[in-house]
Each structure stands twice: as C-alpha cells, then as structure tokens.
Design a binder for this molecule. Structure first.
Ligand code: BGC
Length: 435
C-alpha cells in the first residue's frame, strides 16, 4: 500500500490539470503581446520577414538544415501546384567537438559538407547555387537573408557565434573553402520551414511546430500587430517565430529546477527543458535516482546506477512507457520486481504526458491568439521524433487542446510534416525570389 500511494504522489508532481492549461494559455497570450511590442518577455516573437507561401512557387534550391546533432543537405526542386522533388539528400552527424568548439570550425564543417554534396552532383549549376539555410536556433533577423544568433540552445556552445550574423559566418566559410559560388538566399528557423512545407500543399496551415530534440513553434501574424518593428507593411502577414522553448511561466518541480541549474544554459529554455526530447530522459533519470535514494525503487540497492547525466534518453523512456524493460540491461538492471515495473512505467508516462499536455496548451494558445473564436480551420504542421514516435503523444496533445478550447478544438488539426524544415526552407527561398 505504501508503494502504491507513493506512485500517485510522485506521478502527481507531473500532472497538468485543466486549470494549469488555462494558466499556460493566459501566460502565452500576455507574453506574446509583450514580445510583439518589444517589451521584456520570455517569448522572443521573432519576425521571419517572409509571408506564407501560395503553393505556386517554383525553382531549384540547395537546402542546408542544421538543428541538432544531424545535418541534412538536400537538393529541392519546387514544381509549383504544391508539388516538389528531392533529387538528392545527405545526412551527416555533426561531431561533438564542432558543436562545442570554435564557431569557425563549425561553419567550416558546414561549408565542407555543402562542397562535398555539390561535388557529388547533388546540385547542377555550379555557377550560382542558391542555398536556403535552416538554422534552428533563436535568431534575430533583420532581413530574410540575415540574422544574428541570440543564444545557443540544445547543448550547442560553439564560441564566437552568439551575437554574430550566421549568414555572414557561413558565407565566409564557403569562400574560405572555395565554394564562393554558393549564395545564401534565405535564413529560416526549422519551425518556419515546417510551416512553409505544409502550407505549400495545404492552404489552411498557419502554424509550424517542432517537438523533437528541441521544441518551438511559428505562426502567421498580421504585420500590424508586430508593433516592435515599423515598416513591415500595413495589411500584410508575416510568419513569426515564437521561440516558445523559452516560455517561463510554468509550474516547475524541484527536478526541473535542478536539471536547469546543471544545464549549459541555466534560466533559459524552461519550457523546452520540460517538453523536448533532449531533456525528458534526463528528467526521468533524476526522478529515478530520487526514488532509489528514498528506498522506493530496486529495494534501495544498486545505488550507483543511473549516475551518468543524459545517459538515459528519450528512447529508453519510450521503451519503458511501452512496458519494454529490456533497455534497462545497459544500466545494470536485470530482473525487476512488479512494484518497480509499475513505478518506473508510471513515472516515465507521467513525464511524457506532461510534455505533451504543455505542448497542447501552447498550440491552443497560439491558435486562439490567431482566431479567438476559432471561426476557421487551422492546420498545424508538426515535425520531430517525440510527436512522431512516442506512443500516445499526439492523443495527449489533443486532450490538452480539448481542455483548453472545448468542442472548438476540432478546428485545430495536427498534421505530421516529416522532414519539412529543409523543403520548407527552399519554399521560403522561392517566396523571397517571387517577392
Ligand atoms: C531552438 C529553436 C528551434 C527548436 C526546435 C530550440 O532549441 O531555440 O529555434 O526551432 O529548438 O529545433
């Protein structure tokens, strides 16, 4: 009995009630308003300098997509009428020393990868290659093809990049590596790419969301409401990158506070640290350690298990939440007592359920911001492994949408947009070409 009571006590820490959801929606609206007005806010509300595509855009582009440990390079051919082809694609792992070393080395590495791709015939015309650069970090843009990195997220710490124009840095590296024939025509956040890729084929798409290693969203805003920037043109629309990973008005547990304190960017990306794939396993590891210390798991034995930060990943969490305990072998755990299984499963599920419900509340907030009475249909293009792979994740988001919006939640459609960010960046480059 004691243990069963404890399960509820521990999982309850991660419960997101309908009242919490209402608070998140309210908090989003006040922070969005402040961010758009240029007042201090945990939501940066970054203008993208580009409107939603029409679906008629055409052209051939190279797309470079840097957002996490994987780098993707694609040749994209937009054929119009919402049709496109991807004649070639490369995926490269970004070595840890490039992510966390000198910025120049990171950008030289990107340039080398582009050159190698072009050399393999990934792209035809070497005289003038137009590159759409998906750079999935908070970037303050001044034009569609220029933008300063505000702060690294997701474990990147390469020096000399924060505060710099990343288009300039990549252009310099391209020249240094003898690839000056590549011209960067658009700088795009991955959420913006995801929205653009979905909107290219579906006119009702007005929101792009990433739920993967990191998390974030963008949406279509009226330029008149972006009061912090003058001269964006009256009566028009522009995609705005919320950088919602940094949203801070959330009820946190002591585990969240400790994880944040020990992270490379304390005090930043608080929502991301409760929601995204990079952190959920680590959060679970910390709870498991606490349960062990309380003598509630593994009978208080094996005290030296689960000691390595970030060794327990979201893939382990997914397995356990689906009752697959084999993954624990690498943590030195063989046979589990029934009570241990129940506690572990419930904790993992509670942590992921909380992630999805916070994400759902955030989606609801943005939809209600665009259309308070939800008179229209809104398609949300979503990419990222959490959404795609974690069992039951989309259903939890829908549950939160229903809590926030009631029956009108049906107006908000969640649509997978797998690997949309690279294709979408090419679409954005074409929108700009046509402007
Ligand atoms: C970044 C965002 C990005 C998101 C998803 C966050 O850490 O700050 O710019 O869109 O991750 O990749």
């Amino acid at each position: 009995m004691k243990k069963r009571g404890s399960v509820l006590e521990w999982t309850g820490l991660f419960h997101v009630s309908p009242a919490d959801i209402a608070d998140i929606v309210g908090g989003f609206h006040s922070e969005m308003k402040r961010g758009l007005a240029g007042e201090p806010s945990s939501l940066k509300m970054l203008p993208s300098f580009v409107a939603k595509p029409r679906g008629s855009e055409t052209g051939r582009y190279l797309a470079l997509d840097l957002g996490g440990t994987n780098l993707r390079i694609l040749a994209v051919e937009l054929e119009g009428e919402g049709r496109f082809r991807i004649p070639a694609v490369d995926k490269v792992v970004v070595p840890g020393e490039r992510m966390r070393g000198k910025g120049e080395d990171l950008f030289d590495f990107l340039a080398e990868c582009i050159l190698a791709f072009a050399g393999k015939g990934g792209e035809g015309n070497r005289e003038d290659l137009r590159l759409a650069f998906t750079f999935s970090f908070p970037t303050e843009q001044t034009r569609v093809d220029a933008g300063r990195l505000l702060v690294w997220t997701k474990g990147f710490t390469a020096t000399g990049v924060e505060g710099e124009d990343v288009v300039d840095l990549l252009t310099r590296s391209l020249r240094r590596k003898g690839a000056g024939f590549v011209r960067i025509v658009a700088l795009v956040n991955d959420t913006v790419g995801t929205l653009a890729a979905k909107a290219y084929t579906d006119r009702t798409c007005d929101m792009g969301v990433i739920l993967g290693t990191g998390t974030n969203a963008c949406y279509v805003e009226e330029t008149a409401r972006i009061t912090k920037r003058r001269g964006l043109g009256a009566g028009g629309e522009m995609i705005v990158n919320l950088e919602w990973g940094n949203f801070a008005l959330l009820r946190r547990t002591p585990f969240d506070a400790d994880l944040d304190r020990d992270s490379p960017n304390p005090g930043s990306q608080l929502l991301e640290k409760m929601v995204s794939g990079l952190y959920l396993g680590e959060l679970a590891r910390r709870v498991i350690r606490a349960l062990m210390n309380e003598g509630l798991l593994f009978d208080g034995s094996s005290r030296d298990l689960f000691t390595t930060p970030y060794a327990f990943g979201t893939e382990h969490l997914s397995a356990i939440a689906s009752d697959d305990f084999g993954v624990l072998a690498r943590f030195g755990i063989g046979n589990l007592m029934e009570n241990d299984r129940i506690l572990l499963t419930e904790i993992c599920r509670a942590i992921v359920r909380r992630s999805a419900r916070i994400a759902g509340a955030a989606v609801a907030a943005v939809a209600a911001w665009m259309d308070p009475e939800l008179k229209r249909n809104h398609t949300v293009g979503i990419d990222g492994t959490l959404f795609e792979c974690y069992p039951g994740y989309p259903a939890h988001i829908r549950g939160a949408l229903a809590d926030a919006l009631g029956p009108r939640a049906d107006r908000v459609r969640l649509e997978p947009a797998k690997d949309g960010s690279g294709i979408g960046a090419a679409v954005i480059a074409a929108v700009v070409g046509a402007q």
